[in-house]
Design a protein around this ligand. Sequence first.
Ligand code: GAR
Length: 212
Amino acid sequence: MSREKILRIGALVSGGGTNLQKIIDAIDEGQISHAEVVTVVSNKPEAYALERAELRGIEAICLQPKLFEERSAYDEALVKHFKERQVDLIVMAGFLVVVGQGLVEAFPNQIMNIHPSLIPAFCGDGYYGIRVHQAVLQHGVKVTGATVHFVDVGTDTGPIILQKAVEVRDDDTAEVLQQRVMEEAEWEIYPRAIGLFAQGKLRVEGRNVRRI
Ligand code: GAR
């Protein structure tokens, strides 16, 4: 990506949208340069993330999988939506739907996801949102964290871009731990990963993402 080009970002969301907010703030504050969020898509009409986008004057729409006859038709609709808007990078920011092959193939190494654990621990099918932190506490690990990765056809299996560790404390509840992981890891590494992408500083070699 040349430095003059503005990276056009599309976001996929399902919930509160704190990660989306941090990305938008990082762009406004210049931490991510040469980038703008051009569209935000939620699978849930009530997602507060949609309001956050509207408040910033960003297009915010809801596309619900259940309104499509087949899952592949939903993926096609997402591809069409993002292609029409000439999106260069899709960021999944708390999007709790597994994206299908159609979308992944249309945007190879151009979809990022944030996951609230140190992949490959506590990830894959069934591990999302608060459930991840409940599993971490149940297992008794002392360190958890967050991971930003490119999205491939598996669940949480794509090449890892950045990770950050977070301490687990004896008196943690899942909610307390979730908040600490967001504050200490997610809100820091997601804007940083997007900034590196926008500057053309990431190169994917097989499973490895190199900083160039
Ligand atoms: C975040 O903790 C994110 O890591 C997680 O959902 C939360 C969304 O919060 N994503 C997953 O679990 C994906 N497997 P947000 O809507 O406030 O950004």
